[in-house]
Design a binder for this molecule. Structure first.
Ligand code: SF4
Ligand code: SF4
Length: 269
């Protein structure tokens, strides 16, 4: 089983297996270091970009949609296998591997990753694992080392702490958004029952189809029903990475509001 996709917690059988695997991996403390480099000179270059069950978070999908200039619907049709977390009812899409021999990632080329600037969280995190626990005081992190036989990145390389690796991989905005998704799912899990069909459909639309969510905001005049600043409204409808990030943040607030009647940074007006 590949281990590139361990980061998300999940309820699906495959994800459960991955979580168990990750929990049994060697842990690395936040101040500890590891030696690793990955570049086109390694003999295993691109070996880890095939036959993956690669989960995509809402932030991953947003970045890949921007990269490919695709709507959420077209991206889903072309690149996604749909799954659902059974305990929460939230969507858990995975990146569909190509049907070619060896099942390569649809974005891998002989020169490397074709969506490198917008590659998913799991690709950035590897060869580390990040386990998260959502508590009252925020998100507690634990790190694991994923050392697979085929990976020669550990043979020689730069010595870093997990935080230095994450910084180099540009993971901060990914983890911020993914942790929000984890927190929302943890809140729903704590209720003891998954989302009903209507809320599950709304989660899919608002978190993974930002273009449709923006249309819905307009059609349902959502801004007139919530207390929200003009500055935030303008950013949410802006066609930019910052705009899409703000729109996704608003989608998390929106889901929290319609599920629980209140949200972290949003109120009924
Ligand atoms: S998205 Fe890029 S880094 Fe991730 S598996 Fe595909 S080719 Fe590899
Ligand atoms: S060094 Fe590891 S992460 Fe890099 S291409 Fe090889 S298998 Fe993948």
């Amino acid at each position: 089983m590949d281990l590139k996709s361990f980061e998300m917690e999940g309820g699906d059988v495959d994800f459960e297996k991955k979580r168990e695997l990750v929990e049994n991996l060697p842990e690395i403390g936040p101040e500890e270091t590891f030696c690793f480099d990955c570049n086109p000179a390694v003999p295993c270059f691109n070996r880890c970009c095939a036959e993956l069950t690669l989960p995509l978070t809402p932030y991953d999908v947003m970045r890949l949609c921007r990269n490919q200039k695709l709507s959420g619907t077209d991206f889903e049709t072309m690149y996604v296998d749909s799954h659902v977390f059974p305990d929460t009812g939230f969507p858990m899409p995975t990146l569909r591997m190509s049907r070619e021999p060896g099942e390569p990632c649809p974005f891998v080329s002989p020169a490397g990753c074709m969506v490198y600037e917008d590659r998913p969280s799991a690709c950035r995190t590897y060869p580390l694992g990040r386990g998260t626990k959502v508590g009252r005081d925020g998100v507690a992190e634990r790190f694991f080392i994923v050392r697979e036989d085929h990976c020669h990145g550990f043979d020689a390389g730069t010595i870093r702490t997990p935080a230095e690796w994450f910084e180099g991989q540009g993971l901060a905005p990914y983890n911020r958004s993914n942790d929000r998704y984890m927190r929302l799912m943890a809140m729903v899990r704590a209720t003891g029952s998954p989302l009903d069909d209507r809320l599950a459909a709304m989660a899919r639309l608002s978190l993974f189809h930002l273009d449709q969510f923006r249309l819905m905001i307009d059609k349902m005049r959502i801004f007139s029903h919530v207390a929200i600043s003009e500055e935030r409204k303008n950013l949410i409808v802006e066609n930019s990475l910052e705009g899409d990030t703000a729109c996704l943040d608003f989608a998390f607030d929106w889901m929290e509001l319609i599920i629980f009647g209140k949200a972290e940074s949003l109120e009924h007006s």
